[in-house]
Design a protein around this ligand. Structure first.
Ligand SMILES: Nc1nc2c(ncn2[C@@H]2O[C@H](COP(=O)(O)OP(=O)(O)OP(=O)(O)O)[C@@H](O)[C@H]2O)c(=O)[nH]1
Ligand SMILES: [Mg+2]
Length: 422
């Protein structure tokens, strides 16, 4: 049973939001028997929907015989507790549902650890729930003290210990990955990252371009673990293309934190290809969501091509060239059908073109003050550092940087040579 409060968050239409929740439910192998929504300025503090609506929901239980209630927002621990008590069924909020799907889909040990970390951090403040359940069953006796509470303390301690352990494991994994990445950078093969809303067709596009067999399915978050494949571009250039986890509106914060390292892979890319399902009723909002996550990651200074995918759905007689013309699209937008293989040559041409623009590097020597360390990071990330030394007055770097980024370093250009400083 789907329940949503319509509080006009982010301009999403409530029926579209329910549609997405329903897809999430199906992906988690749940069958949707009904849905209900209520317009409120804010979700009710105690039980998400208002009291009347909650009674209505309870009354529907027999008729629809639902056994789980899915809530379209993240609930506070007390909202969750109150709703479960009132309805006497399992209540799952959107975050728990997404975490559940991630847990089902994680394949690599890193992916599994990241999901478990997100789940533990989500559950920690909600652990009190177990105590209520115990007391309801008469375990732990009456009153607020007793074995139940002790158990809760034990559970909390266990969770915290496990969280620490997972974080240690993950930082080890990330160190290894960093080494691998540096190796890859030395090979100087450009990396293109596919980004986009979940179900937009990223994996389908990778399969089309790399002739690979990454899982591509009509469900949300089919891909979790990043996959990288070689792709040959026109003009016999070879690139690496990375397919990674898709984005969703209001991606749970625990997941963003846990998947940060995975998501940060996109920062290493030379170019982003944003895959957008242009036929989706909420294509515009989905694109906005993607842009804001890219910005949060600090990857918004990367050049981007947007692939307007699934154009085959617009009809057989629509050609990408014609669409480009009709819509007056700039060269950064390419209509494609990853599924039918339409517009793919146009896309790879564009990628090759952007890469050659990107390929233009300028030699640069700069002295960056310690107040501007983000520029040092940028140099390491996007340029090639030949030498870097740390002096009292800042970091002295020499190397090459993509032409379009040179302006950032203009104020710090210097002629004092590394040799002199040694
Ligand atoms: N009609 C049509 N369907 C497509 C096209 N590209 C992808 N699809 C379908 O869209 C669904 C999702 O495709 P995926 O490639 O798994 O999407 P994704 O972006 O990798 O999604 P996640 O990994 O779940 O984030 C699948 O059912 C694809 O067959 C296309 O060009 N046209
Ligand atoms: Mg995928």
């Amino acid at each position: 049973m789907l329940v949503a409060v319509d509080w006009h968050k982010d301009g999403w239409d409530i029926s579209a939001a329910l549609e997405e929740l329903s897809l999430l439910a199906q992906t988690a192998s749940l069958e949707v028997v009904g849905s209900m929504s209520q317009s409120l300025r804010h979700p009710h503090q105690a039980h998400y929907v208002g009291s009347g609506k909650l009674e209505e929901l309870a009354a529907l239980k027999e008729e629809l015989s639902y056994s789980v209630v899915l809530v379209n927002d993240e609930l506070s621990p007390s909202q969750l507790r109150n709703m479960e008590k009132e309805l006497d069924v399992r209540v799952l909020d959107r975050t728990a549902l997404i975490l559940d799907i991630f847990a089902q889909h994680a394949r690599t040990s890193e992916g599994r650890l990241q999901v478990e970390l997100a789940q533990l951090e989500y559950r920690l403040p909600r652990l009190t729930r177990m105590w209520t359940h115990l007391s309801r069953q008469g375990v732990g006796g009456a009153g607020l003290r007793g074995p139940g509470e002790t158990q809760l303390e034990v559970d909390r301690r266990e969770s915290r210990r496990r969280i620490t352990w997972i974080k240690e494991q993950l930082s080890e994994v990330h160190r290894h990955r960093q080494l691998y990445r540096e190796q890859r950078q030395r090979q100087r093969m450009p990396v293109i990252a596919l980004v986009g809303y979940t179900n937009a067709g990223k994996s389908t596009l990778l399969n089309r371009l790399a002739d690979s067999d990454v899982i591509a399915r009509d469900e949300l978050f089919a891909t979790l673990d990043p996959t990288t494949r070689r792709v040959d571009l026109p003009g016999s250039q070879t690139i690496l293309m990375t397919d990674t986890v898709g984005f969703i509106n209001n991606l749970p914060t625990q997941l963003v934190a846990a998947f940060r390292a995975t998501l940060e892979e996109v920062l290493e890319a030379t170019l982003l290809v944003h895959v957008l399902d242009v036929t989706h009723p909420n294509a515009f909002q989905q694109a906005q969501t993607v842009h804001s996550i890219i910005e949060d990651l600090g990857a918004d200074d990367l050049p981007m091509i947007t692939a307007l995918n699934k154009v085959d759905r617009l009809g057989d007689d629509v050609s990408p060239e014609q669409l480009r013309e009709n819509m007056g699209l700039s060269e950064h937008y390419v209509p494609i059908s990853a599924h039918k293989g339409v517009g793919i040559d146009l896309l790879t041409d564009r990628i090759a073109g952007m890469l050659s623009e990107q390929g233009a590097f300028v030699d640069l020597q700069v002295l960056v003050p310690y107040t501007e360390t983000q520029l040092v990071d940028l140099f390491h990330r996007r340029g090639h550092v030949d030498d870097a030394i740390y002096r009292e007055d800042g970091t002295l770097i020499s190397g090459r940087i993509p032409k379009n980024l040179a302006a950032h370093f203009e104020p710090y250009k210097t002629t004092s040579s590394i040799g002199e400083s040694l």
